[in-house]
Design a protein around this ligand. Structure first.
Ligand code: 3HC
Ligand code: NAI
Length: 697
């Protein structure tokens, strides 16, 4: 027997125990151990039932993702689960934490399943560009019917144990010690003379339903919602096989489709996204055991767009938070915004009224800094003005207790300068949330020159507690995300002046997989924001860095985006649906003329190069300056904060996949044609010449 799977006998019951930290992934040692243990229990004449239980914080979280792309080792998971299901002695899976992917496939190959109420089960393979490849697409429909199986497998979203019990995935909810509950349940099976009950032999949930119509409807839905994605349609085809083919052939079809997904580039990109999200929290010079400060109460300065969202993040995590505003009136408005935003979730059905009230009870509005004397962390989110920030940080320095962390949500100001407004620059850090702060997962944790290590470690930990993807970045204008997106937005605007339309640019980038095109995004956030940055840059940039003028012309025409009903698109009252703006062609023509540019046809490929390569070139500069600690951190920022498609892996992974020599060659050509902005990053040039990738750094 292996170390990670043990077998012991308690009377007539064999207990198979998996212990493979951190998440009991089904690597080769676990697969071997499971197969050997179940076979040994089956062969032992004293054993009448088998219990499968896992150690640690969770049941099995799926196949070992690190093994994908490597030569397969036998036994494979399909062989193991088929063996478990074929057993003649009743087997019981005891689920706690999460039974995901291959973990759930093992569980549904056991004859019975019991679970803690807090457990979750799901088949999230689609999120890794895969499909459940160890019988999940054949057995889950037999347990829950085709409709629910399609929903679960194509979305990849897990369900809670209570719902799983209602659907028939879980037989019974349990409490207390897992092994004891498993043994008690198995004993009952023995006492009641219940034997093996094989999911694969069932057809009752498949019969009498127009499954073909359900499959067609799902195909059409996914074609519309995720046209560029490879694995969701294959998930559907695999589920289809569950009712069109006998089990054995259905399993074979599943394997074929799984193998197609395994070699798809999207699988590589999505697995990169999975691991690099976790890697981003590891900071090279910050030992794992760096102490953190306790954060039991928080404060937020400024209850505007960002402040309210940030306060809600703390309340959602169960941390009491005070919002400090400039007046009683502003304080009341901030509190009302909190209520209104929660109310929207209640109306949508994603939050109960009770949960809303509990969260609101954790948020208090104040106007006096003395009320912040006991908080452990403050996030400043006042106007983006150094003078205002100075006053705030001086006040915080005066009123906050020693050791309190003083954070700024500034998106462009110099954090080092802000830190110097206090007598404790070591306690100052940037927490750059993204709008809407209560929704967006990304959090850039800005490390100032003097930020203490335990402050940085605490900031990263609080990010996790707030359920954010926290990525450390250095101080520069715009940090990582906004510094790069500026390059992207500018090129998109130049493309308009050269001959493209907003719909064409947005369309090309949407087809690539971006959640939103740059012009729909500009309309959403308001053109005045981009314009004010442009105006500031015109005053400071050297002459060779020319800027597009399209935003100026739009602003002159009163077209500021959704808030004015007109921007790059037209919006009917109360609607966010972008329609053609009939006034735009004339504005585009005029802008081209003003720049002395002859309008021409631009291909989608060219649009992608001009916008995405601008991101990549700036990303390379950011890496070289040490603003981001690794290329993959930039990918994490772009996927989680800017709608970059995870199935393309992020801008730096995408560059690697194209080949840096090619990317460098195009950027050099753009440099010759379009001037200073396109000066190739020295790091990109070096890597291209050496035939290396960003991932090699
Ligand atoms: N394989 C290998 N490593 C895994 C893993 C897996 N399936 N799941 C998690 N890990 C690793 C993480 O990389 C991380 O490693 P690190 O500490 O070195 O960074 C560690 O386990 C802990 O993971 P998290 O930080 O994510 O821990 P959480 O407690 O926040 O979340 C979890 C736990 C919900 C289980 C989450 O890790 C998760 O969702 N894992 C992936 C589940 C999944 O996608 N399973 C399907 C795999 S594909 C499959 O099963 C194919 C089959 O059908 C044939
Ligand atoms: P906002 O204008 O919506 O809100 C600012 C709030 O601060 C107002 O309610 C104002 O009354 C309050 N305020 C001003 N001076 C104050 C003071 N001295 N004391 C207490 N409260 C004061 O601004 P928004 O958009 O919320 O931005 C806040 C900060 O967050 C800025 O630094 C901005 O750069 C940054 N940020 C903004 C993002 C966005 O998308 N809006 C995204 C990420 C960061």
């Amino acid at each position: 027997m292996s170390d990670v799977v043990t077998l012991e006998r308690q009377g007539a019951i064999a207990v198979v125990r998996v212990n493979n930290p951190p998440v009991n992934a089904l690597g080769i040692a676990v697969r071997e151990g499971l197969q050997n243990s179940f076979q040994a229990a089956e062969a032992d004449p004293e054993v009448k039932a088998i219990v499968l239980v896992c150690e640690g914080s969770t049941f099995m979280a799926g196949a070992d993702i690190k093994e994908f792309g490597k030569p397969p080792k036998s036994p494979g998971l399909p062989e193991v689960v088929n063996g478990i299901e074929a057993g003649n002695k009743p087997s019981v899976a005891v689920i706690h934490g999460t039974a995901l992917g291959g973990g759930l496939e093992v569980a549904v190959s056991c004859h019975y399943r019991i679970a803690l109420k807090s457990a979750k089960v799901g088949l999230p393979e689609v999120k890794l560009g895969l499909l459940p490849g160890a019988g999940g697409t054949q057995r889950l429909p037999r347990l829950v019917g085709v409709q629910k199986a399609l929903d679960m497998i194509v979305s990849g979203n897990p369900i809670g144990a209570t719902e799983a019990q209602e659907l028939g995935v879980i037989d019974e909810l349990i409490e207390g010690d897992l092994t004891a509950a498993g043994i008690a349940y198995a004993q009952r099976l023995i006492d009641e003379g219940k034997g093996a009950r094989r999911t694969g032999e069932r057809t009752d949930k498949l019969d009498g339903v127009d499954n073909a119509a359900l499959v067609e409807a799902k195909r059409a839905e996914i074609e519309k919602k995720m046209p560029g994605l490879f694995s969701p349609q294959r998930c559907i085809s695999a589920v289809e096989a569950s009712f069109t083919l006998p089990l054995e052939q259905g399993l074979k079809r599943e394997r074929e489709l799984f193998a197609e997904c395994l070699v798809s580039p999207q699988r590589g990109a999505l697995v990169h996204a999975f691991f690099t999200e976790r890697l981003a929290s590891k900071i090279d010079d910050l030992p794992k055991d760096t102490p953190t400060r306790e954060i039991n109460a928080a404060g937020v300065i400024g209850g505007g767009t960002m402040g309210v969202g940030i306060a809600m993040c703390f309340a959602n995590a169960g941390i009491p938070v005070k919002i400090l505003e400039i007046s009683e009136d502003a304080k009341s408005k901030a509190m009302q915004r909190c209520r209104d935003t929660y109310m929207m979730s209640v109306k949508r059905g994603s939050l109960t009224e009770d949960a809303m009230n509990k969260r609101l009870a954790l948020i208090e509005g104040v106007i006096d800094y003395a009320d912040l004397s006991s908080v452990d962390l403050v996030v400043e989110a006042v106007f983006e003005d150094m003078g205002v920030k100075q006053k705030v940080f001086e006040a915080l320095d005066k009123h906050c207790k020693p050791g309190a962390i003083l954070a700024s949500n500034t998106s462009s100001l110099d954090l080092n300068q802000i830190a110097e407004f206090t007598q404790r620059p070591q306690d100052v850090v940037g927490l750059h949330f993204f709008s809407p702060a209560n929704v967006m997962r990304l959090l850039e944790v800005v490390r100032g020159e003097k930020t203490a290590k335990d402050v940085l470690a605490t900031a990263m930990a609080i990010g996790k507690k707030l359920k954010k993807v926290a990525v450390p970045v250095g101080v520069c204008d715009g940090f990582v995300g906004n510094r790069m997106v500026f390059q992207y937005g500018r090129e998109a605007e130049f493309l308009l002046e050269e001959g493209a339309t907003p719909a064409q640019v947005d369309g090309a980038l949407r087809k690539f997989g971006m959640a939103m095109g740059p012009f729909a995004m500009r309309d959403l956030s308001g053109l005045d924001i981009g314009l004010s940055i442009r105006t500031r840059q015109r005053e400071t940039l050297p002459a060779e860095y020319t800027l597009p003028t399209i935003l100026d012309r739009m602003a002159e025409a009163g077209m500021l985006g959704q808030k004015t009903g007109r921007g790059f698109y037209l919006y009917e009252a109360g609607s966010r649906t972008p329609l053609d703006n009939p006034a735009l062609p004339a504005i585009l023509e005029a802008a081209s003329k003003e720049q002395g540019v002859e309008r021409r046809q631009l291909s989608d490929e060219y649009i992608l190069e001009r916008t995405l390569f601008a991101l990549i070139n700036e990303g390379a500069k950011i890496l070289e300056e040490g603003i981001a600690q690794r290329a993959s951190d930039i990918d994490v920022i772009y996927i989680n904060g800017y709608g970059f498609p995870a199935h393309q892996g992020g801008p730096m992974f995408y560059a690697d996949s194209l080949g840096l020599d090619q990317v460098y060659a195009r950027i050099s050509a753009f440099h010759k044609e379009h001037g200073a902005w396109w000066k190739p990053a020295p790091l990109l040039e070096k890597l291209a010449r050496e035939g290396r990738k960003f991932a090699d750094l």
